[in-house]
Design a protein around this ligand. Sequence first.
Ligand code: MN
Length: 347
Amino acid sequence: MSTIPFSTQYKRIATEEAFAPADLIDRYRKLYESHELNDPGFDSLWGFYSSSKAARPTFIREKLADLDAGRIADMDATGVDHQIIALTSPGVQVFDRATALSLARECNDVLEAAVRRHPTRFTGMIAIAPQAPEQAAAELQRCKAVGFRGIIINSHTMGEYLSDTKFWPIFEAAEALDLPIYLHPNTPPKSMIGPMVDAGLDGAIFGFGVETGFHLLRIIVAGVFDRFPRLQIIVGHMGEALPYWLYRLEYMHAAGVRAARYESMKPLQKKIGDYLRENVYITNSGVAWEPAIKFAQQIVGVDRVMYAMDYPYQYTPQEVIDLDNMQMDLADKRAFYQTVAERVFKL
Ligand code: MN
């Protein structure tokens, strides 16, 4: 039984919740030990999480693999009614094409079975192998047919970004199938991570956010939403700071286009903020902070900001109490916790 006095005026739907089969974590550990990937970000992240004996990584390893009683008990203890679950970062995006394709399928099957066991508590997002864009589109079709309601992509795939047109079959399929893409962080690629690791700033503390915000910005300025106007992308961590940057992004993008400074920087049909308001949803994963949530609501609209806990990485019951206590109209709080997610994931 819960000991926390949760509000019961709305359902809590947590939208960026992670899982990983124990077998995948084992593969991450072996990949780290082999140093074959030559990716300092992966080595930093999974060198730590796959084998550290400290309390937090041990808890996280155990909970990532639990799609039954342990996870549901943790949800009950924090008043979370429903989780939108996705394969943890970096998903299958660090493996060769063939391995990534078969692993994505296996992980999707594991998640589908869990959703079947607990249909009122879990909804799944589809893991894909961006390394194989055409086959990824086929996996989307297969999984949508069995009840998945979104797509998880853990940011860059071995240093490559979805702004590259070779990945656009994925956007085309997502738009056609009406499946939102959750663009979740990954550690920055080798080309970007440089001086972050030695300062301890490569992970969720900072590197995740700037890399993923940068990725979404690349997608926007590449004209992806002009080409796929109904495509919807969800980003966590308060929009990876983009709302806070928005004024200057728009000013400098317009200036760059006018001056024809970059060959790649073409005029867009709309302003960057228009895409945030029409094609992007923001969750507060990892940021249980009233001023940031209200600022995002002010910039992109109450109907574009959703709740996420980032379980099991940031499992802190007090955060739910803090969010319940936000000074916010009940209707807006219900949108944040419940109704926007119900609409986005068709619950
Ligand atoms: Mn997360």
